[in-house]
Write a protein that binds this ligand. Sequence first.
Ligand code: TYM
Length: 330
Amino acid sequence: KPVLLSGIQPSGQLTLGNYIGAIRNWVDLQADYDCIFLLVDLHAITVRQDPAVLRQRCRDFLSLYIACGIDPEKNLLCAQSHVAGHSQLAWILDCYTMVGELNRMTQFKDKSAKHADNINAGLYNYPVLMAADILIYDTQLVPVGNDQKQHLELARDVAQRFNFAHKEEVFRIPEPFIPPVGARIMGLQNPEAKMSKSDDNEGNGIYLLDEPKKIAKKIKRAVTDSGSEVRAADDKPGVTNLLNIMAAVTGRSIEDLEADYGDSGYGRFKGDVADAVVAFMEPMQARYRALQDDPAYLDGILARSAEQANARADQKIRQVYDKLGFLPRA
Ligand code: TYM
């Protein structure tokens, strides 16, 4: 099977945007690929984290991956820090990445504006570590939301540069998988900006662990646009966002939803969006709670996955070190 890899930073709280843009597609694709799903803890420390909170959050995120439908028996679910090869390859790839390329990364620009007091070199090199995550396993497909597209293009460029320099296809060139609907879920209060894990405005995001009542309330309070027609359009960012959310959680098309809700007014529409989201959340949260009672099970999954991932990553590191002309280690 071809290799599929993706990851999420254990920072903030997982949102419905993360589910719709990423996890939902991992669930759909898992049967056809050899999958590795990462908790990218090394990426998370580009912003200061409380160690105790980070530790707990990694277990929570792992439980949520499983509660959303990822099968831990058939896929590798790894903590990035458990596989040394990611960091090792990141350094090598740093030497094949141009400063000019990193300067163009829009997420770096956004994050350095947001964390002006801590614009560290890790934040800058972040996309190179992401390239290492992907390239170390000969990954073919990377399902992500729209905001990671630029990082994936960089990973492809760096892989091509390395291959060209060494006249061999050492790295497979990965393809992005960006879902046609829901690749960019927007904030409920500010539909001009993406829904984010670390948003100061609580009402802007739907978190995977929000209580159903709270979710319904947030959706009913979501900003809508002038007029009363339920239709996806550039001048209706709020309504368009709710249509995308509903389409993603129900599997219905936007056209179908527009036909159904077109003139029924925002009230009925929002009520039904809330019901649809809650119908997905309730059973998922119940599965999450059951997993919380069994930390040994979660640690077992991580240990098993890390063992297999390390074996694969080490093989690639040996190949790369050899290509570079490093002396073989006895
Ligand atoms: P992160 O943690 O910011 O986001 C995790 C995934 O969720 C998607 N996403 C969204 N999709 C739709 N609407 C939104 N509002 C929304 N917000 C987030 C992201 O596109 C992403 O797919 N750099 C990555 C993590 C990473 C990674 C990797 C991903 C590290 N190594 C290797 C793929 C492959 C990140 O920070 O994602």
